[in-house]
Design a protein around this ligand. Structure first.
Ligand code: E4P
Length: 221
């Protein structure tokens, strides 16, 4: 399963990329707005830091606007994936950009039928938002299960990108289902790294080593 970071925060992107954990990045207008500054230069910078796919979202809602923006975004880097909303114009733009070899991520997907239509429109990624479904009392992970089952019947080549991830158990469940990608807020990735027993265990190892060292002051490893 690929891990993308769901942020436009350059510091977090550099931190996790330096650890070798990132296969890509997803952004959206809200994430860009949260960081402030010039979105265009931030987008360009992200495409340079990250080797894998970087999803940059259009803000036009009509077909021709999405095509124009999508093409401009794609000029920022050969790893740019154009993110379009799951609307009739979005699907039309997906079909058109994909047929020109520009990869597309269809976002704001909340049903299996929407995922099916996005796949049929040539999307490279389909982004079901599981956390926002959980928020309204629907089972987000069940949507991932259903899309996985549907996609396994056909040969769309569209990858399931699990979005709106809220906690580490979402990641475990997505991996058990066999989702292609999860996109994680930095806080979730941080939580996945740590375990109290790892911290306690390492402290104990180092304390014991110090005791051994005090009786063998000249020995080094
Ligand atoms: C995905 O591409 C979206 O940017 C993101 O996962 C949305 O998550 P949210 O529901 O936490 O805003």
């Amino acid at each position: 399963m690929k891990i993308f970071l769901d942020t436009a925060n350059l510091e977090s992107i550099k931190k996790f990329n330096d650890m070798g954990l990132l296969d890509g990045i997803t952004t959206n207008p809200s994430l860009m707005s949260k960081e402030g500054g010039d979105p265009k230069s931030a987008m360009k910078e992200i495409t340079k830091i990250i080797k894998g796919d970087v999803s940059l979202e259009v803000v036009s809602t009509d077909f021709s606007g999405m095509i124009e923006e999508g093409k401009r975004l794609r000029e920022f880097g050969s790893n740019v994936v154009v993110k379009v909303p799951m609307t009739p114009d979005g699907l039309k733009a997906c079909k058109s950009l994909s047929s020109e070899g520009i990869p597309v991520n269809v976002t704001l997907v909340f049903s299996s039928n929407q995922a099916l239509l996005a796949a049929k429109s040539g999307a490279k990624y389909v982004s079901p938002f599981i956390g926002r479904l959980d928020d309204i009392g629907q089972d987000g992970m069940n949507l991932i299960r259903e899309i996985k089952e549907i996609f396994s019947n056909y040969d769309f080549g569209t990858q399931i990108l699990v979005a709106s991830v809220r906690h580490p158990m979402h990641v475990v469940d997505a991996a058990k289902i066999g989702a292609d990608v999860v996109t994680l807020p930095p806080g979730v990735l941080d939580k996945m790294l740590g375990h109290p027993l790892t911290t306690i265990g390492l402290d104990n190892f180092l304390n014991d080593w110090e005791k051994l060292k005090s009786s063998n002051p000249d020995s080094k490893i």
